[in-house]
Design a protein around this ligand. Structure first.
Ligand SMILES: NC(=O)c1ccc[n+]([C@@H]2O[C@H](COP(=O)([O-])OP(=O)(O)OC[C@H]3O[C@@H](n4cnc5c(N)ncnc54)[C@H](OP(=O)(O)O)[C@@H]3O)[C@@H](O)[C@H]2O)c1
Length: 281
């Protein structure tokens, strides 16, 4: 993977560039802003906008294998490595417990990714970011694969103020702080980022789905959006796109980088794009 080359199409001039470190350094999102944390998200999509589909063999909604690639995973981890806090959600932990998804709340303990741990160490970051689990139901497990890192990773639950206090108690008993970040049952972006800023977090990475992305854009909290666009069409009637929720006031995306991978290890080409998010007054 270290020798993998990409073509940088933007910013101009076009040039060949290496894959490794491109999101860690040149087009990274890590910033230490004393005023407001930076919030970043990453998605991989087909050219017809599918981020998840059902299939004849698996009626559950999921990321199709054809969208995954080693190249995209490496860049996903480079973005992950820059975070002091990850925001995930209850459904992810339910799927992790059921063995439907792997643990992406920690960087992999593999020699191939040791440079990411070194990068964090050099910047005074803990080996793994702390974790926020957004949930309205507040009913989800903490699987053992997640708890493995719990001595060095702090966990929070984030929810709306209207949720039943009785649902908070089990989490308090387990030593997790419950962040009340929203006036109803759902988490809202502004209060969540404010709670995290108060606790000193500066680089917040969404490892969540279309509902949390919608929440963060609706509430004008998302700063950086990374989208990998795989050169394939998936079709189908049941699918998810990046956003799930009511119509939004358009969020303006200013192109920051556009990279071409002519052929990823999955056999498809792909664009790696990154954007700055701006919001009209
Ligand atoms: N291709 C990609 O890059 C990509 C990325 C992410 C996800 N996906 C796929 O997309 C599909 C749907 O995504 P998903 O299941 O990850 O996420 P989702 O449908 O957006 O949200 C799932 C859960 O997150 C919690 N949640 C979301 N927003 C919340 C809010 N504002 N306040 C409180 N809780 C909130 C809720 O948990 P509770 O039920 O506990 O209340 C909700 O059930 C999945 O198949 C997934 O694999 C693809």
């Amino acid at each position: 993977m270290s020798a993998k080359r990409l073509l940088r199409l933007f910013p101009l001039p076009c040039a060949e560039t290496g894959l490794n470190n491109i999101y860690l350094e040149e087009f990274g999102w890590h910033r230490s802003d004393p005023d407001k944390p930076v919030v970043a998200a990453n998605f991989v999509t087909s050219l017809d906008g599918r981020i998840a589909v059902t299939s004849p063999t698996d009626p559950g909604m999921g990321l199709p294998d054809s969208l995954t690639s080693r190249e995209d995973f490496r860049l996903f981890l480079e973005l992950h490595a820059q975070a002091d806090c990850l925001v995930t959600h209850g459904e992810y932990l339910r799927k992790l417990e059921d063995g439907k998804l792997g643990n992406i709340l920690r960087l992999p303990d593999e020699p191939e990714f040791s440079d990411l741990y070194a990068w964090r160490r050099e910047r005074g970051l803990a080996p793994c970011p702390d974790i926020v689990i957004a949930s309205s139901s507040m009913v989800f497990p903490l699987p053992s694969s997640v708890k493995k890192g719990s001595t060095e990773q702090k966990f929070y639950v984030a929810t709306g103020k209207a949720t039943d206090q009785a649902l908070h108690d089990p989490w308090h008993r387990r030593g997790l702080e419950v962040l009340q970040a929203g006036s109803s049952f759902a988490v809202e972006g502004g209060p969540l980022v404010a709670e995290l800023a108060r606790r000193g977090y500066r680089n917040i990475y969404l490892v969540a789905g279309p509902k949390m992305l919608h929440t963060m854009i609706r509430d004008r909290q998302l700063d950086k959006l990374y989208i990998s666009v795989s050169h394939q069409l998936l079709g189908g009637m049941d699918f998810k796109t990046m956003l799930d929720g009511e119509p939004l006031k358009p969020c303006r995306l200013r192109l920051n980088s556009l990279l071409l991978d002519k052929s990823s290890d999955n056999g498809f080409g792909q664009f790696f794009t990154s954007f700055e998010c701006t919001y009209d007054e």
